[in-house]
Design a binder for this molecule. Structure first.
Ligand code: DP6
Length: 386
């Protein structure tokens, strides 16, 4: 393989970290499953990478005999179209790389012949609904400073559903772009990450991010844009309670495919509801209008779950616990010590001014937006996530 590449054995590697994102207006449904083009725009908040992130190390060496990938220490197959598309695209954007000290020189052409090893670790349960593929795929190759990624707004959240899959994607694209000295702009990288997992394209930016569905057949305008950076709404705090590490039963890819095929509600949502909601959400974010932000987020989440129920066979992303009692352990962050009915409380808290009586009292907790995981399982909050 590496005829023209120096035979001396070396390994060149880069590590990158990206944060997950949580959709407040959700992406659900594709119009093109190969290019991963959505049927509606979506908006998300990128979380602080200090709390929920994927770390990916990508390495290249003439001694590698094939592309390989590990997720949380376990090797996974790279044979799927999504990985192959991402790798092909990112290789096509690679530039020369030279490290004089180590005597490494890799030309643009070399990248076509050299194999890669990709090692991703999530600090939260993979495929339990916390955007694991999104962050991961983004790390495959974009050159940005980790500090520029993810929210710096101390965002933490309790979610009512676990709807930001695709987190690994963004992290992997990010790392590979860095390794390969990719000079393309964020838009292009977001389009590459999108082909790994749709929601991944939003994790290339911190703060508030919109994924424009785009119109072009080749997907060139289906990219993420930053609406506001991570400093914009500094007192918005999102608490995430991961209360089960079990993998969800229906993947988002399968779920949205089935919704598009069978749900009567999904088209109405995409065409009649989401466009207006996107405008309102952008306004709410711009004006720091928490009540509208929370109302729209909850309404959109509820409609997403309604579409899932309207799917044949129905998809249940929330379980009994989501509707029932949760316990004190969920709220240790807020130092609360009583059981609550999760959804009712979320609705109530989100509507009340100066929300968190239950907060720690610090100013940044003035406003809490609670999202609860759809996989809520009482009593067991994973400490790493909250
Ligand atoms: C409910 O991005 O995981 O979290 O594009 O098939 O990989 P694929 O799906 P994915 O779907 C995420 C769906 C969602 C909503 C959202 O994050 O916008």
């Amino acid at each position: 393989m590496a005829d023209e590449i120096p035979t001396r054995k070396w390994v060149f590697m880069v590590t990158a970290q990206t944060a997950t994102n949580i959709a407040v207006i959700k992406y659900w449904g594709k119009r093109d499953e190969t290019l991963i083009l959505p049927i509606n725009d979506s908006i998300s908040v990128t979380l602080d990478p200090a709390h929920l992130c994927t770390t990916t190390t990508v390495a290249v060496s003439p001694s590698f005999e094939k592309d390989r990938m590990w997720l949380n220490g376990k090797e996974i197959s790279l044979s799927g179209d999504r990985y192959q598309n991402c790798l092909r695209e990112i290789r096509s954007c690679a530039s020369d790389v030279e490290d004089e000290k180590k005597g490494i020189k890799i030309t643009k052409k070399d990248w076509e012949k050299l194999y890669l090893h990709i090692d991703s670790h999530n600090n939260f349960p993979t495929a339990a609904g916390l955007a694991s593929s999104a962050a991961g795929f983004a790390c495959l190759g974009l050159f940005r400073q980790p500090s520029a990624l993810g929210s710096r707004s101390r965002s933490m959240g309790l979610r009512r559903d676990t709807c930001c899959f695709g987190f690994n994607t963004v992290n992997q694209v990010f790392a590979l772009a860095k390794l390969m000295n990719v000079k393309e702009d964020q838009g292009k990288l977001s389009a590459i990450a999108r082909q790994g997992s749709g929601s991944a394209c939003r994790s290339l930016y911190g703060g508030f991010v919109k994924w424009n569905m785009g119109k072009a057949e080749d997907g060139s305008d289906s990219i993420a844009v930053q609406l506001a950076d991570e400093k914009h709404w500094d007192d918005l705090v999102i608490v995430i309670a991961v209360v089960s590490s079990r993998q969800k039963e229906t993947s988002s890819t399968t779920g949205m495919h089935e919704s598009v095929e069978t749900s009567m509600l999904i088209q109405h949502r995409a065409e009649e509801v989401v466009p207006e909601r996107i405008i309102q959400m952008e306004e709410a974010i711009k004006n720091h209008d928490f009540l509208s932000f929370a109302r729209l987020t909850c309404a959109d989440s509820n409609q997403f779950h309604a579409v899932c129920l309207d799917t044949c066979p129905p998809i249940f992303y929330m379980n009994d616990t989501s509707h029932r009692q949760a316990f004190a352990s969920l709220f240790f962050y807020a130092h609360l010590d009583c059981g609550i009915v999760i959804i009712n409380c979320v609705e109530k808290w989100n509507r009340s001014e100066g929300t968190p009586q239950l907060a720690t009292g610090s100013s940044h907790c003035r406003r809490l937006l609670f999202f609860l995981s759809h996989i809520l399982h009482s009593r067991s909050v994973e400490s790493g996530a909250v």
